[in-house]
Each structure stands twice: as structure tokens, then as C-alpha cells.
Ligand binder design. Structure first.
Ligand code: IVH
Length: 674
């Protein structure tokens, strides 16, 4: 099929506009359109690409959402080695560096340096040919790194396409990092969901960049600052470090130009060091030092490099923000999902200007790794998170009276049982009525994706709890108008509105109720599956572990969390009260086609047109079922490139094998039949 010329032009125009606005936003920090306008352009692009998938290419601005998961990282050799830096720890070291260069040059003339911040993240190389991003790799051992192109494409600050005047070939190096505020938000979210928190932004960056699933990277707030070159093919290459940074920015790359400073000699370098050190705590990102580089490229070339480090640059490390104190006791915090986080109570100590009295212990894995006990002398470090970390135990100072940190078996707030699934690092309180969980749980229960009780947000939830009107989600359904009048700033109209919203939520679909209860691992999609399989709450309650696990997509993790929910008396009481107060969820199964009823599908190989779960979803919508393994009962095997043992088994058994396109055609026909 030939693509209409208008569509081709429109597509090219939209790509150009989106690349341009991305550049203005990320590289120049001077957006010219609002987020909504940007979203509108993106929506138009997505529409064209949906109708004409031939137009999609890896560097289209639409591709930042993340492609399907990879099975491993390819090794990639750098054209020019990615060097590391020698460290200077004192003023003397820096003066010695300057003196060494002068000796090497055989001249006493002052050397001009560029001082840059040493960002604490992960070094990457981006390769652009004819202005298009070809690939991205990590530093690795300096000679060979790991390819992270699919992940790099999801980072908004990495241009997929450079400005028109960029060199034919540009290999650019920079630091991928996470700013402090989004880093803290990410950790907070992970803490709330009972996931492992990251000790510092660098670990969070490394973990995000090394994700096999780029869709996860796409949701991590990564950015980049470029500071160096690999190979460059240009008619007019830059002649100094500062000029290079300026050109990189002109070509479309993100450079922290505002934070660099030229120094005419080593004395000015030392002044810059003090200035950067003083700024360290007010920056929106972590730096762990200052990098000093000879500014002139000609001089850099003359000085050359040693085996792993250039002679023309040095890193001046900042002193770590650490101090020694005593771990006096441990308290436990309980989040919405019941996740219990241990927090260390420390003897207050000043760590580079800030008084620290508690530290995160993250989870029991971390406690074991540190081998820390109550009463230990510990080294605490401020490293990005609001709550500092314990980095080390001073074992030499143990008296022998130190006590192990106990893992709670009952919730410290509500005394419900606490469980920790196999392989999990976080113990959880199972009590739905736990006060600490209650506030967040109530907000989640009322939220749009769950029971959708309009108006019941932060403010009223907090007041309802404070006045003591609500102790669990079921209590919402016995509130009267008079009860509402006890809340601040509550009038007749508002009270009626809230009551009506609560009332109409009584018949929300069962999947919304299940999701709203905040059962660990049970999102809306799984809640739908449970509704479809078990029909009502009672059916679900009576299901055995085996029956649960046999249910498609319900693994042992989900089964265990459902079993724990129903094993707790508090929870059973809440569920029975919900029923008593008239919550009768709609258990009719959400509309679904029947064209593929009873048909069993298996997916294998690297799927390129859709993800596995998307494919499974498409099958389910048409009434079919997806399974993980091929057997005589399998009706169709959907095989992408690289299909192996499942494909040969299907062929042996005579199971019909379809390619991705044939499968999509089948789904299309099935939906037309309905
Ligand atoms: S220059 C040959 N500049 O520090 C020059 N590195 O220990 C090599 N880093 O691997 C690097 N900010 O990850 C340079 N402004 C900066 C930097 C920087 C952070 C990191 C980078 C590198 C490590 C060197």
C-alpha cells in the first residue's frame, strides 16, 4: 500500500515539531508550548502512526514509552575508550596535578582549566549518525560496555534526533542521573508499595538503566548531562572543552552549562572548588566532586593519556557526608499495603551541618547485609534521600551487649499477623483495620480507579478518622448526614453529595471492590480475572490455594496474599460489615466477546507487534484463554521471532501456529463477528 503524500508530510512535520519542543524543554530549558499543547501534538502523531504503522521508526517521538523487554544486554565496543579519572583529595593534590602538567609541558605558563560538577550517576555514550540516535551504551570496563539503547530512548532529555547542523558522526558522553526530588518521590512510592527502596540516586539510576524492560525505565525520572566526546566527524570541530559543551547544546544535547566555570590558573580552580562545595547542599541533584579539565583541546592532545586516565583531567572528591553515632533503638512504620519498614532511632549527630536522628534501614535484607544490631556504633551518610542511611557498623567498637533487631511477627500498631512471602524482603501487616494503614487505604478505596467516591479525598478522610467516625472501609457505609455535620466546613449540600457518592458506590463492579481493598498484587486487571473466575466474594473466599494458582495469571504470590486476607478475623469482619451495610457489588462479568470462547492460546518467541500481556488481554476480551505451556489442549500457538521449544512441541502435536500478523487478523475478525 502506498502512503498518501499528505500523511507522509504531516507525520514528518509532527516529528519535527515534537523533536524541536523536546529540545527547547530539555536542552534549553525554555519551553514555548504548554504540556497540553505538547500532548495534543503527540496524540496527532500517535493517531497517524496507528493508522499507518509503516511510519513508525525507532526515533519517532512516539517511541519513548519503551519497547518490549529484552532478554539480556548486548556488549558494545567503544570506538574510543571511555576513560576514568584520577582523584585528588586535597589542595596539595590539586597543586601537584598543575605542577605535573607544567613539568610535562616544560613550561611555567599558567594553564587554563574548565571546572565542571562531578555528577553522581552512570556514564553513558550516545552515538549519532546523520543526527539520528544509533545506539547508547554504558561505560563497562572502558573498552566494552553494555548496550542500553532501548532504555536510553525512553529518557526525554536524550534527543532521538539532533539539530540540523550536528556533525555527521557524533559520539557523545555524559552522565545519566536522577534529580533529588523525583528520586525521593520514587523511593516514597516504593516504600508505600513495599518495594525495596534505593539507597541513593546513583543506585536508582543504575537500576533503572539496567532494566531489561524499557517500559519500567520509561517510568523512572532519568535525565542526562553531557560532558565529553568520543569520535566526531565534523568539518569544524570544537577546539576547547568549553566550546565543545556550547556546541553540544547547540546540536541539541543537554549540558549543565550554567554550572561550569573557566579558571585562568590553579588558584582560580581552588576558589571554584570552595564555591562548588558551598553550593553542594542547595543543588537539585547530587554531586560528589568537581572535575578539572585542561580547557584547550590542543594542550589536551599534547598531554595525552595514561592507560586508563587522561593526564589532562582530575576529579576533586568532596568529603563524604558521614558521621559516627549510636543506633539506640528501632521503630517500625506501616504503609498502606501493610509494608513494615524498620527505621533506626539514632543518638542525634551533626552530619555536615544537619542534625540527624533517624536513618532508614530499608528492609531485613539490608539489616542482614549490614549485620547491624541495636546498640551498635554506626556510620551514617546523607546521600540524596531525606532519611540518611547507615553505611557501616564499626565492629571494632562492639561491647558484646548489642542486641539483634527483631522482625515483628505481629503488627506493631494493630497486632494483626505479619507475613513475609518467600523471597520477599518486606514483612507485611495483614490487618485491613490497622489504623496506620487506614488513612491511605481509605483514600485508595475511594479513589477513581476503585470505588470512585467523588469528593472523599484527603481532607475528609483525615477528619473522619480524627473524629473517630470511621475505623475501616465498611464504616463509610453507615455514615449519616448528622455524622457529616460533625466535620469542619461541611454544609447541607456537600453532605448530601458525599452521601450520594457513597451510596452509588455500593453497586460498583466486584473488581473495583477487590482493587479498592488494596490487596497486594491485585490490580484492576487481576481483579477482573478473579471476578470472572469466582463470580463473587464468597466464591473467592472459599477457593483453595491450588484452585487459585490454577487460575490464569494468579501465581503463588497473589494466591498467598488472598489467603492471608481471608485468614484474618479483622478482615472477615470488615467484609461481613460491608455486606451488612448494603455493599452489593455488581458481579456481572464485564462485557466480553465470545468468538474465541473455549480456545486456548500460547504465546512464544520475541513478540514485536504487541506485548505478551497485551496479546493475552486481546484473547481474553474475545472469551479465549491464554496459557503458558503447549499441550494437546492448545488451539493456537502465536510465535514471534526466535521461537524455540514451544514451537517444535506445537508442530509435533499438530497445534495450529500463527504469526503475529495472522493473530491480529484473527482478533480483528473475531471482534467483527461480535
Ligand atoms: S569526564 C576522560 N566529566 O566521573 C574524562 N566525568 O571517574 C572522563 N563524571 O566515568 C570523564 N561528571 O561517570 C567527566 N563532568 C564530568 C563528570 C564525569 C561525572 C563521572 C563519569 C566518569 C567518572 C570518572
Amino acid at each position: 500500500m502506498t502512503i498518501p503524500k499528505e500523511s507522509l508530510n504531516k507525520h514528518a512535520e509532527l516529528c519535527l515539531q515534537l523533536h524541536h519542543h523536546n529540545y527547547l524543554y530539555h536542552s534549553l530549558n525554555t519551553p514555548q508550548i504548554s504540556d497540553t499543547e505538547y500532548d495534543q501534538l503527540m496524540r496527532q502523531l500517535l493517531e497517524i502512526e496507528r493508522d499507518l504503522p509503516e511510519l513508525v521508526n525507532p526515533n519517532s517521538p512516539s517511541q519513548r514509552v519503551g519497547s518490549s523487554p529484552e532478554s539480556g544486554f548486548r556488549q558494545i565496543a567503544h570506538n574510543r575508550p571511555m576513560l576514568s579519572l584520577e582523584n585528588a583529595f586535597s589542595t596539595e593534590d590539586l597543586r601537584e596535578f598543575d605542577a605535573r602538567l607544567k613539568r610535562f609541558m616544560g613550561s611555567d605558563e599558567s594553564i587554563e582549566y574548565l571546572c565542571e560538577m562531578k555528577l553522581d550517576g552512570v556514564a553513558v555514550e550516545l552515538v549519532y549518525q546523520q543526527g539520528q540516535l544509533q545506539h547508547a551504551s554504558t561505560r563497562g570496563d572502558g573498552q566494552v560496555g553494555e548496550e542500553v539503547t532501548a532504555n536510553a530512548r525512553t529518557i526525554g532529555a536524550i534527543p532521538l534526533q539532533l539539530q540540523a547542523d550536528a556533525p555527521q558522526l557524533l559520539e557523545v558522553r555524559g552522565e545519566v542521573y536522577m534529580e533529588l526530588s523525583p528520586f525521593r518521590q520514587l523511593n516514597e512510592q516504593r516504600r508505600d508499595e513495599g518495594e525495596k527502596t534505593f539507597a541513593n540516586p546513583r543506585n536508582a539510576t543504575a537500576g533503572s538503566l539496567r532494566q531489561l524492560d524499557p517500559r519500567i525505565t520509561a517510568n523512572r525520572p532519568l535525565t542526562i548531562s553531557c560532558y565529553g566526546l568520543g569520535e566526531i566527524h565534523s568539518v569544524n570541530p570544537p577546539t576547547s572543552q568549553l566550546e565543545m559543551l556550547q556546541k553540544l547544546r547547540e546540536w541539541g544535547l543537554r549540558v549543565n552549562l550554567e554550572t561550569v566555570a573557566l579558571a585562568r590558573d590553579i588558584d582560580e580552580v581552588l576558589e571554584q572548588y570552595q564555591k562548588m562545595l558551598a553550593k553542594r547542599d542547595s543543588l537539585p541533584f547530587e554531586i560528589d566532586g568537581m572535575v578539572v579539565k585542561v580547557n584547550s583541546f590542543a594542550l589536551q592532545q599534547e598531554l595525552g593519556e595514561k592507560s586508563r586516565t587522561p593526564r589532562w583531567a582530575i576529579a576533586c572528591k568532596f568529603p563524604p557526608r558521614q558521621a559516627e553515632t549510636i543506633l539506640e533503638s528501632v521503630r517500625f512504620q506501616v504503609g498502606r499495603t501493610g509494608a513494615i519498614t524498620p527505621v533506626a532511632n539514632l543518638r542525634p549527630i551533626n552530619v555536615s551541618g544537619v542534625t540527624v536522628s533517624s536513618a532508614s534501614l530499608h528492609n531485613w535484607d539490608e539489616i542482614e547485609r549490614l549485620g547491624v544490631r541495636i546498640g551498635d556504633r554506626v556510620i551514617v551518610e546523607r546521600a540524596g534521600d531525606v532519611i540518611p542511611d547507615i553505611v557501616k557498623v564499626v565492629l571494632e567498637k562492639r561491647s558484646g551487649d548489642e542486641q539483634p533487631i527483631p522482625e515483628p511477627t505481629i503488627c506493631p500498631v494493630c497486632s494483626s499477623p505479619v507475613t513475609r512471602g518467600s523471597g520477599e524482603v518486606v514483612p507485611r501487616c495483614q490487618g485491613l483495620a490497622c489504623p496506620a494503614r487506614l488513612k491511605e487505604s481509605l483514600k485508595h478505596f475511594a479513589s477513581r480507579g476503585a470505588m470512585d467516591i467523588e469528593g472523599l479525598g484527603d481532607r475528609f478522610v483525615e477528619q473522619l478518622l480524627k473524629v473517630g467516625l470511621v475505623h475501616n472501609v465498611a464504616d463509610l457505609y453507615r455514615l449519616t448526614k448528622e455524622d457529616f455535620f460533625r466535620l469542619e466546613r461541611m454544609g447541607d449540600v456537600l453532605a448530601e453529595k458525599l452521601l450520594a457518592a457513597i451510596d452509588s458506590s455500593r453497586t460498583q463492579p466486584l473488581e473495583r471492590l477487590l482493587f479498592g481493598l488494596g490487596i497486594r498484587h491485585v490490580g484492576v486487571h487481576l481483579a477482573k480475572i478473579l471476578n470472572r473466575r469466582f463470580g463473587n466474594l464468597e466464591g473467592l473466599r472459599q477457593a483453595s490455594r491450588e484452585t487459585l494458582i490454577e487460575t490464569h495469571e494468579v501465581g503463588p504470590q497473589v494466591a498467598d496474599s488472598l489467603l492471608a486476607l481471608f485468614a484474618d478475623d479483622h478482615n472477615l469482619e470488615v467484609l461481613s460489615q460491608l455486606e451488612k451495610f448494603g455493599v452489593q457489588p455488581d458481579t456481572s462479568i464485564s462485557p466480553q466477546g465470545a468468538a474465541l470462547a473455549g480456545k486456548i492460546f500460547v504465546f512464544t518467541g520475541k513478540l514485536e507487534r504487541f506485548s505478551r500481556s497485551e496479546g493475552e488481554g486481546l484473547v481474553e476480551i474475545q472469551g479465549g484463554r491464554a496459557s503458558g505451556s503447549v499441550s494437546k489442549k492448545t488451539d493456537f500457538l502465536i510465535a514471534g521471532p526466535g521461537a524455540g521449544s514451544k514451537l517444535s512441541k506445537a508442530e509435533q502435536l499438530g497445534v495450529k501456529v500463527l504469526g503475529e500478523d495472522e493473530f491480529l487478523q484473527l482478533i480483528k475478525e473475531a471482534s467483527e463477528e461480535d
